[in-house]
Design a binder for this molecule. Structure first.
Ligand SMILES: [Fe+2]
Length: 354
């Protein structure tokens, strides 16, 4: 055997050894245990379609994020479960139900379970009953036990008088009615009794951010924090306000996720992620929660490259959502110092917002 062949053989043996060692390491480590949970998240997909050349097409900003999300989840991340956190359709016209069905058909290609959370945009154009018919769910709030975790899906689309938000009666702030509150408390208590860690998903964030003050996005926010703290909820994931931020209160971490493509005009340009295509990789262990956002970057338009923006994708970037950089309360994310004043301290009560 000559020197080159010997070297190649050594490289081959070392590579095989490394692969065997790493897989054995995974097998022994917590990656294969019921304490290690991977979740794929996308929120505020806000899709809407129109007919182009006889074919119904979903707006490219939503479609691009959907296609990439499904591809990455199936081929790369391979999570235990995936969810969309509400405002699945934009709810801008009467085609909302048609758009919902077309998009949901695409998510059916996911090789792992996929669940919906109800957002305020859905109930602008159709009722909760319509949503239950579309999803096949029995209730708009529910839970799923996966591995050692309980995933609790909350419906925060209620009005002050306890009734459902529906077309013509929508609300920007999130609200939970008494019946659901009781269910939520029982569900959290039951998870503690069964020794399960709880993760909550709700469209409207119960978080007092530097963008919206005085719990205007969630009047019951403070009460919810106490409830989540009492039952040691590990994390709460939301969308709705097109802001990327995280914070901790007691044992509970709160993550507010930027939607799939809409930019928040109140934020500094570097925090707007206006290129869109945003979705999330979440890994949870008994000691840690890691959240990373993937987003797209476009090539600049030049004289030579005159393609439309959606066709000029340069690549995709990933950032870790850390409390240091994306703290909900540090004021760094704001373009306007007094943004909460500029939209009105109480301006969003029972009115339609972004
Ligand atoms: Fe929303």
């Amino acid at each position: 055997m000559d020197k080159v062949s010997k070297s190649l053989l050594i490289i081959l043996l070392v590579s095989i050894g490394a692969v065997v060692y790493l897989n054995y390491g995974n097998f022994l480590g917590h990656r294969q245990t019921d304490n290690f949970l991977k979740i794929g998240l996308i929120t505020d997909v806000a899709g809407y379609g129109k007919e182009i050349d006889g074919k119904w097409e979903i707006n490219w900003k939503s479609q691009g994020a959907i296609s990439r999300f499904i591809n990455r989840m199936n081929k790369k991340f391979k999570p235990d479960v995936t969810l969309e956190l509400g405002d699945f359709t934009d709810g801008k016209d009467k085609n909302s139900i048609k758009d919902w069905r077309i998009m949901n058909k695409q998510f059916a290609k996911l090789k792992m379970p996929f669940y919906h959370v109800l957002g305020n945009h859905e109930v602008r154009k159709f009722t909760k009953k319509d949503w239950l018919d579309l999803t096949g769910y029995k209730k708009t709030y529910y839970y799923k036990d996966i591995k050692n975790y309980r995933l609790v899906i909350v419906d925060a689309n209620f009005l002050e008088d306890q009734t459902d938000a529906e077309p013509g009666k929508s609300s920007y702030p999130g609200r939970i009615n008494d019946e659901e509150w009781q269910w939520l408390e029982n569900t959290l208590k039951d998870a503690v009794n069964k020794n399960k860690d709880t993760i909550v998903f709700m469209h409207q964030p119960p978080v007092n951010t530097d963008l919206f003050t005085n719990w205007v996005v969630f009047p019951q926010g403070e009460k919810l924090h106490k409830l989540f703290s009492e039952y040691k909820v590990r994390a709460v994931f939301s969308g709705h306000i097109e802001t990327l931020c995280s914070m901790q209160d007691g044992p509970t971490k709160y993550f507010v996720l930027n939607g799939a493509w809409k930019e928040n005009r109140f934020l500094k340009p570097e925090y707007r992620f206006k290129e869109g295509g945003n979705f999330y990789y979440v890994t949870i262990t008994p000691d840690d929660i890691n959240v990373a956002m993937e987003y797209r970057v476009f090539k600049k338009k030049t004289k030579k490259n005159k393609k439309r923006r959606g066709e000029r994708i340069k690549g995709w970037k990933k950032i870790v959502v850390s409390p240091d950089k994306y703290n909900c309360q540090d004021g760094k994310d704001l373009k306007y110092k007094n943004a909460s004043q500029s939209v009105g301290q109480n301006g969003f009560k029972n009115v339609e917002g972004e």
